[in-house]
Structures are given as C-alpha cells and as structure tokens.
Write a protein of this length. Sequence first.
Length: 427
Amino acid sequence: MKIPTTLLLIYFCISCQQVTETYDMVIEDVTIIDAKNSILLPNQTIYIRQDRILKITPSKGNSGIIADTTINGKGKYVLPGFWDMHVHTCWKDSLDKTVFPIFLQYGITGIRDLGGSLEILNTFKNCAKVRAHLYPNLFGAGPILDGEKPIHPAFSISVTTNNFRIVLDSLRSQKVDFLKVYSLLPSSVLDSISAYSKEKKIDFAGHISEYITPEMAAVRGQKSFEHLNKLEELLDDSDRLNNFFGIADEHGSWLCPTLVIYQRKYEMANGEFFYHSLFEDLDKDLKLEWEYLKEGSTPKIGDEIKESTLRYHKQKQLVKAFYDHQIPLLIGTDFAGMQFVYPGYSYHEELKLMEEIGIPPFEILKMATWNPAVFLGISESFGTIEANKIADLVLFSENPVESIENTLSIDMVIKSGKIADKTFAKN
C-alpha cells in the first residue's frame, strides 16, 4: 500500500517540530527582575545546562522539553545571585564548611574578601573550581598592606618605599585579585602603590589612609573606599563635598559603605547587642570574641548618646549624598571585621538600611547584582539573567521590588546550575 507523498511530508514536518530538547534544569513561568534596566519580565522560562543559562523564552506551553529538574516559578521572582563586597573569611581554613553554606542560604553567591591569609584564599578558590555549587564566587586581596606598625599584624604586611615592589610582585605572582590598602600607609608609599597599580593593571582598594585626604585617595586611583573612614569629614563643608564628588566621578571611585557596622556601633553605644539565631552556627572563635566584647562594654550616657545618635544620622546622610551624586555603591557588610555582623543575614540588613535612607529597591538590587559584576570586570558572565551567563540565581516568593525586605523571602538558591540547598534561613 502506497502512502501519499503529501502525508509523508506532513509526518516529516511534525517529527521535526517535536525534536526533544534536554536540559539539566528548567525554571518555568517565573518573573525575571532586571535590576540593571529597572524592569520586570513576567512569564519567562529559563533553560540551564551544566553551570550556564542556555536560553530564556516566554512561557507558552513549552512542549518537547526534558529536564532533570523542572521548577515551577509561577508567582515567584528571580534575581542573579547577590555579592557581599566586603567580608573577611580567609582567616581560618574551616570557614568554608561553616560560613559559606550560610552565605548561599541567604542568596549570596559571590563575595569579595578584604584581607586575610593568601594561602587560605587560594585553597578556597581551588576548592571552588571542583565544587562550584558549594562555594560562593570568591575574589580576594590576601594580606592587608599597612604602615610600619600594622593595625592587624596577623594578616598584614608592612610596606615601605623600599620594599613595596618586592611585596607587590610577590602578591601578584600568587594571583591576588586586587591590593588592599589600609589606614597607616604613608603618602609616599601610596604614591608607589598607585604607580605600581597603573603599571601592572591591578586595582587597589580599602581604607583611606590617615595620612592623606579623600581627594588625594581618589586622584591616586583608589578604586573603592571601604566604610566611611575619613569621608565623614567632608560633610562639614558642602563646597568641599561637592568638589570631592566631581573628583571621585572623574577618577572612577566607588564606595562600599557597610552601613550595618555603623548601626552596630550605634546599638552598642546604647548598650544593645544584636543576637540572631545564626549566633549558634558561628565559628567558636567569633562567638568568643563577640561575647568578650559584650562583657567588657560600658554603655554611653547623656551627651555621649546624643553624639552617637547624631553621628549615625550623619553617616546615613553621607551615603545618600554619594547615591544622589551618582557615585556607584557596592553592598558589603564587613562580616568578621565587625562584631555582631552576621554572615548572610546582615547583608539583608544592609539592603534595608539602603532603603531606609531613601534609595529605591530597584537601585538597591542593582547595587547587589549588576554593580559588583561591573566593578570586578566580570559582567560578561554575571550580574544579569541572560543566555550564556553563569546560572547563579535566587528565587523569591515575594517581590523585592515592592519592598527590599522581600529579599528575605528566599524560596531557592541556584549556584552554578545546581540547587544550593533545600532548606533556607528565613529570619
């Protein structure tokens, strides 16, 4: 019996249309938050193979799709993973087992370590190459560069005009991602570091030295100012502050304000110590340090409390001024650099503080996702949800654009294309 040629053609066309596509993970019918462009993209399906996003399409009954894991994203929202851009995790080689899972539970898939052991830093990086889904993406400076008598000698190197090239060549040969400068570096040494940084094309960031002005730090090319040290003096002179913003913009300066540490200092001045349920999960050395601080603390009284309140108000005012003048901001917490600042959870406190000073949620989410990718020079792989980018994703049950507190409504974290954990901290 002969089959008509027309029927054969129809069968052939149908067969072609039903080619099966296979993926490791598919997230269906989810709303993508594009913080870079401040828009919501509803009803999208994200296709993931290995650690990459292969494509994104509108959700219209995707037939012929086979995935090892299919996630129903209906009513949920998704962002790229967050970056905590100021932490200290490289001072103990067991912290990857205790702290890194907490970061991931709170949606933090990338961290920037601002000073610690270079050996531990490189060990963590090597482990991350093998088990990417268990480790945040990690950028680090290794040891802190400080003056002849470093403030933190255990994790610092004393740098002078005589030894700077030997020190910096050594760090660079061991693959540090940037140089961390600190508070007691003389002006002449900073000149040398600045010249070296430009020559070797390696960034330097950190504290503004006590021996120079913020303006001088910006002109020298310090890429980011960590905390508000030395910057607070600008608030007392509006002309100088506005002039500084022009200099900072010209030289590409960034600010990582870590407002949460100033909140903690304000609380401690009033005899308050913030205990979170995460306290029991922390490294024992951290818990001992924090308890020791509490036991030795004396609450301020009278005018001291008024002064503390005024200073905290001014610190928040200063960060808002940076935002208003379009100096790019990064979200960081100074975990392990400041007592009672918790891994993961305090990042969301920082986000909330940004909202409290008047920054819109879309802009805050941009600071948490897109800005780090631009700052670190990795925007081709991170910072937005697009085809060919790394599948580091956070799903939320509530919309963070409506209220930044909804960043705590984490439903799932995906790291390098795999579900990081099925149980997430909620408070």
